[in-house]
Design a protein around this ligand. Structure first.
Ligand code: PGA
Length: 249
């Protein structure tokens, strides 16, 4: 069965002092049933990896370049992230798509590079509010899934995060039925494209304003295999009840 995944996306937050949060999580969740992932800024990956080497926390990065090396000032390759201690990389987050005009084809190329380097990928997708209100959510998800996920994935190295843009950092969350509808759709589309065995193994995360107060309800939805959490992953105090809610499912 799919192992549940509680993933924390720190975005552009965190300096050395915040490594203590990762240390606390690693200490608190020894023996956790769920997989626990923190994606700190790249500057903290190496030091975080020294803390998490033996514990229950794995590490991810928040982006990578599609090339393996070369003249790309300021960018970081997948192999460098792996070397720094990451085992996952988040790709296609709506903030990357918005801030850096990343297209589905860019996300797919980055995912291929990451998989080639030996990272697992968490590929994000989700609709804007106008798209939901216009009734286009499933069309948007279908085209992001088709365009952002490369062919060379397996059930083990692919995670998909459904993150409605309007729910990120806003405190607004779709209804449980709306989340369930998208996750069921994702599972069915994965099955069509990759076959039942692969589709059954891919973990589908919900992301957007997940916090202790709503985690239990969200995790009870079929086809929700965990969460990608932003703000509520920044401290161990906030993230721990979310991990515990996932462990309790
Ligand atoms: P949020 O962010 O939990 O702060 O809404 C989620 C995300 O962007 O991954």
């Amino acid at each position: 069965m799919r192992r549940k995944l509680a993933a924390g996306n720190w975005k552009m937050n965190g300096t050395s002092a915040d490594l203590a949060q990762i240390e606390t999580l690693a200490r608190t969740h020894v023996g956790a049933i769920s997989e626990i992932l923190i994606a700190p800024p790249a500057t903290l990956l190496h030091r975080a990896s020294e803390i998490t080497r033996t514990g229950p926390v794995t590490l991810g990065a928040q982006d990578c370049h599609a090339s393996g090396s070369g003249a790309h000032t300021g960018d970081i390759s997948a192999a460098m992230l792996l070397d720094a201690g990451a085992s996952y990389v988040i790709l296609g987050h709506s903030e990357r798509r918005g801030d850096h005009a990343e297209q589905d084809s860019d996300v797919s190329a980055k995912a291929s590079a990451a998989l080639g380097a030996g990272l697992r990928v968490i590929i994000c997708m989700g609709e804007a509010l106008q798209e939901r209100e216009a009734g286009n959510t499933l069309d948007i998800i279908a085209s992001q899934l088709a365009g952002s996920v490369p062919d060379d994935v397996s059930g083990e190295n692919l995670v998909i995060a459904y993150e409605p843009i309007w729910a990120i950092g806003t405190g607004k969350v779709p209804s449980l039925a709306q989340i369930g509808e998208v996750h069921d759709f994702l599972r069915a589309r994965l099955e069509q494209r990759f076959g039942a065995q692969t589709a059954r193994a891919v973990r589908l995360l919900y992301g957007g304003s997940v916090k202790a107060a709503n985690a239990e309800q969200i995790f009870a939805i079929p086809n929700v295999d965990g969460a990608l959490v932003g703000g509520a992953s920044l401290t161990a105090d906030d993230f721990t009840p979310i991990i515990n809610a996932l462990d309790a499912i």
